[in-house]
Design a binder for this molecule. Structure first.
Ligand code: NDP
Ligand code: 8X3
Length: 250
């Protein structure tokens, strides 16, 4: 039975990935800060599949909380085969001279440091077993910059550098590392970016068909279905209406 660890499973990609992989009757550790939603996802998965779920509520920005959560994982859940580093966010769309330091810190601490903390704590189990697969959720923002995206794009550029760094470091242990880099996908992402302003968030996805979270979950499932000698290093996926930083709206 595979053991899958997914950060940020209370919403969007992480939730869709959890529900999709759960159909394979795996063991699953899911994380997030929103306790009631995390428990609901865990309950629903356990009620509809043979998957055994361990929900862990903590903030990936808090290293001590990460250590405490990882240390609480029972022995029979430590044989993690797949780590999906998904938790992340964007805050606002301001040019640098108007940016809020607090927003920058939220993005850097979550998207870069949080991803590193979890990887640092979980990957030694993979190294010890000489097997595993780390999937980092990057973005088209790992490759492109758009107006006001400065710090968010910088964090996703950093994720790509870390993906390549991990691939290099883990090569000799047979651990796969894959980055999935989606473009615009309608989740809670823009609601979070615009501090709960749903109307403003909805406008991001008007005039074209954006990706949906299930599209990303399907790709994760595909990436994991490859034979052991095949590692997909990066998959960039966008809505059909988006390429190279441009979204064609009707
Ligand atoms: P959502 O806002 O729907 O989901 C984000 C998830 O991350 C939630 O489960 C949230 O859980 C978790 N999270 C955020 N901050 C923290 C934190 N400090 N500690 C723990 N968990 C946290 O957005 P998406 O599903 O769209 O985003 C998932 C990932 O995909 C992010 O890394 C994002 O940058 C990336 N991405 C998104 C795209 C899009 O267009 N939607 C495109 C490309 C990449 P909780 O709030 O409960 O803690
Ligand atoms: C999230 C999508 O367009 O803000 O990574 O880069 S975008």
């Amino acid at each position: 039975m595979k053991n899958v660890f997914i950060t940020g499973a209370t919403s969007g990609f992480g939730e869709a990935i959890a529900r999709t992989l759960a159909k394979q009757n795996v063991k699953m550790i899911i994380t997030g800060r929103t306790e009631d939603k995390l428990m609901q996802v865990a309950r629903e998965i356990e009620a509809s599949t043979q998957t055994k779920v361990l929900p862990l509520v903590f903030d990936v920005r808090d290293y001590d909380a990460c250590v405490k959560a990882i240390n609480s994982i029972p022995e029979d859940f430590r044989d993690v085969d797949v780590l999906v580093n998904n938790a992340g966010l964007a805050v606002e769309l301001n040019p640098v001279h108007e940016g809020a330091i607090e927003d920058w810190e939220r993005m850097i601490d979550t998207n870069v440091k949080g991803l590193l903390y979890i990887t640092r704590l979980v990957s030694p189990w993979m190294v010890a077993r000489q097997q595993g697969h780390i999937i980092n959720i990057g973005s088209t923002a790992s490759h492109e910059i758009y107006y006001g995206g400065n710090v968010y794009c910088a964090t996703k550029h950093a994720v790509l550098a870390l993906t390549k760094g991990m691939r290099t470091d883990f090569l000799k242990y047979g651990i796969k590392v894959t980055q999935i880099s989606p473009g615009a996908c309608e989740t809670n992402f823009s609601v979070v970016r615009f501090h709960g302003d749903k109307e403003k968030a909805d406008k991001v996805y008007e005039g074209y068909d954006p990706l949906v979270a299930q599209d990303i979950a399907d790709v994760v499932e595909f990436v994991l279905s490859r034979p052991s000698h095949v590692c997909l290093n990066e998959i960039i996926m966008t809505p059909t209406a988006q390429f190279n930083g441009v979204i064609h709206k009707n």
